[in-house]
Ligand binder design. Structure first.
Ligand code: ZN
Length: 346
C-alpha cells in the first residue's frame, strides 16, 4: 500500500466515523463507536499496521494524518456526548417538571366537637372564678357513685338512674359526674373549687332527648362559710357569660339526694326571650342545671366536718348547654359523627 492510498483510507475512516458519531442515539452507542474506531483492535489501528510497508521517509506524514484523524474523531465523540447529555437532561426536566406556582392541595382541617368546645367554654368561665378541672374515672364503684352521695342501696332515689353495671362486682359505668365530688374532697383540702367534666352512662331508650352516653360538668365549692348566696351569684355570672349579660335567671326548688336544699337553675328562654314557645314548654324559662348545698352526709363521706365546712355543688348536661348555644334539637346528632353536622361548628 502506498502513501496516498493509506492517507485516503484514513480520510474515509474519519468520514465514516464522523457520520456514525453524528447519528449515535445515546451514550452507549458512542462508547461502542469509540472502541470500534479508536480501540486497540479498532479500525484506526488496523490501517496503521500498513505503515510498516511504507518507505521510512513517508511514515511521519502518515503518522501526522493519523493523529489528526484520531483528534478529530475524539473531538466529535466528546461533542456528541455533550449534546446527548444535554438532550437527556432536557427531556428529564420536562418529564419531571413541577409547577411550583400551582397552589398546594388544601389539607382538611378538623375542628372541636361541639360537646368538647362547650365543655371547654364552661371550664373557661368557671376557671375565671378559680375553679380547677379534675377528672374522675368512668368506671366507678357503686359505693362512690351512690352510697357516699347519700343514696344507700335500698333508697328509692336509685330509680332516678337506670344504671349500666360492668362485669366486676360492685362496679358500674358512672351515672353522673357527682362521685367526683367525693374523690376531690378526699384528695384536696378546703378551700375546694373543682370542676369535673366527663362522660356518663345510663340505660336509656334512645330518642331525640335521651342518650345512653352523655356529658356532664360537675362543680364543687367547699370552704368555711360558703352559702347559697355564693352559689346564686356564681351561677348568675355563669349564665350571663354563656347566654348574655342581661339574661334573667331564677332558682326553683329541686331535689337531689346529695344536696340540701336543692334547686333547679333556670334562665329566661333563649328562643322566645320569655314570651313562651315550644322550646320552653310555654313557660318562658329553661332549666340549665341542678344545684344545691352539699349534704352533710356527703361532706362526712368526703372526710370533712360539716360543722366547719359548707359548700355547694352543681351539675349540668353539656349537650343541654350546647343545644341552647347552637339550636340543636336532637341529642343523637352529637354521637353520630356525621361530618355534615360537625362541619357546621367550624
Ligand atoms: Zn321559649
Amino acid at each position: 500500500m502506498n502513501l496516498a492510498s493509506l492517507i485516503a483510507e484514513l480520510h474515509r475512516l474519519r468520514d465514516s466515523a464522523l457520520e456514525a458519531i453524528g447519528a449515535a442515539p445515546d451514550a452507549a452507542s458512542l462508547d461502542e463507536l469509540r472502541v470500534d474506531y479508536l480501540g486497540k483492535k479498532g479500525r484506526l489501528t488496523a490501517i496503521l499496521r500498513g505503515i510498516g510497508d511504507l518507505p521510512p521517509a513517508d511514515k511521519p506524514a502518515v503518522g501526522a494524518v493519523a493523529n489528526e484523524v484520531r483528534d478529530e474523531v475524539e473531538r466529535a465523540l466528546a461533542e456528541r456526548g455533550r449534546l446527548l447529555r444535554a438532550a437527556a437532561l432536557a427531556a428529564r426536566l420536562e418529564a419531571e417538571a413541577v409547577d411550583v406556582t400551582t397552589p398546594g392541595r388544601t389539607i382538611g382541617r378538623g375542628s372541636l366537637h361541639p360537646i368538647v368546645e362547650t365543655s371547654r367554654r364552661i371550664a373557661e368561665i368557671f376557671g375565671q372564678f378559680g375553679f380547677v378541672v379534675y377528672e374522675g374515672p368512668e368506671i366507678e364503684d357503686d359505693v362512690t357513685n351512690f352510697q357516699m352521695l347519700n343514696i344507700p342501696p335500698d333508697h328509692p332515689a336509685r330509680d332516678l338512674w337506670d344504671t349500666l353495671y360492668v362485669d366486676v362486682e360492685g362496679h358500674l359505668l358512672r351515672t353522673h359526674t357527682s362521685p367526683g365530688q367525693i374523690r376531690v374532697m378526699r384528695e384536696a383540702a378546703p378551700p375546694i373549687r373543682a370542676l369535673l367534666p366527663g362522660r356518663c352512662y345510663r340505660y336509656e331508650a334512645i330518642d331525640a332527648s335521651h342518650a345512653s352516653e352523655f356529658f356532664q360538668v360537675e362543680g364543687l365549692m367547699i370552704d368555711e362559710g360558703t352559702t347559697m348566696a355564693d352559689l346564686r351569684g356564681l351561677l348568675d355570672q355563669f349564665a350571663h357569660a354563656m347566654f348574655g349579660a342581661h339574661r334573667p335567671t331564677r332558682f326553683r326548688p329541686g331535689y337531689y339526694p346529695f344536696t340540701e336544699p336543692s334547686v333547679a337553675f333556670d334562665v329566661r328562654c333563649v328562643v322566645c326571650n320569655g314570651r313562651g314557645c315550644p322550646a320552653c314548654s310555654r313557660t318562658g324559662w329553661m332549666t340549665i342545671l341542678g344545684a344545691g348545698m352539699v349534704h352533710p352526709v356527703v361532706l362526712r363521706y368526703g372526710g370533712l366536718d360539716p360543722e366547719r365546712f359548707q359548700g355547694f355543688a352543681f351539675g349540668m348536661g353539656v349537650e343541654r348547654i350546647a343545644n341552647l348555644r347552637h339550636a340543636v334539637g336532637d341529642l343523637r346528632l352529637y354521637m353520630d359523627n356525621d361530618l355534615r353536622f360537625l362541619e357546621q361548628f367550624r
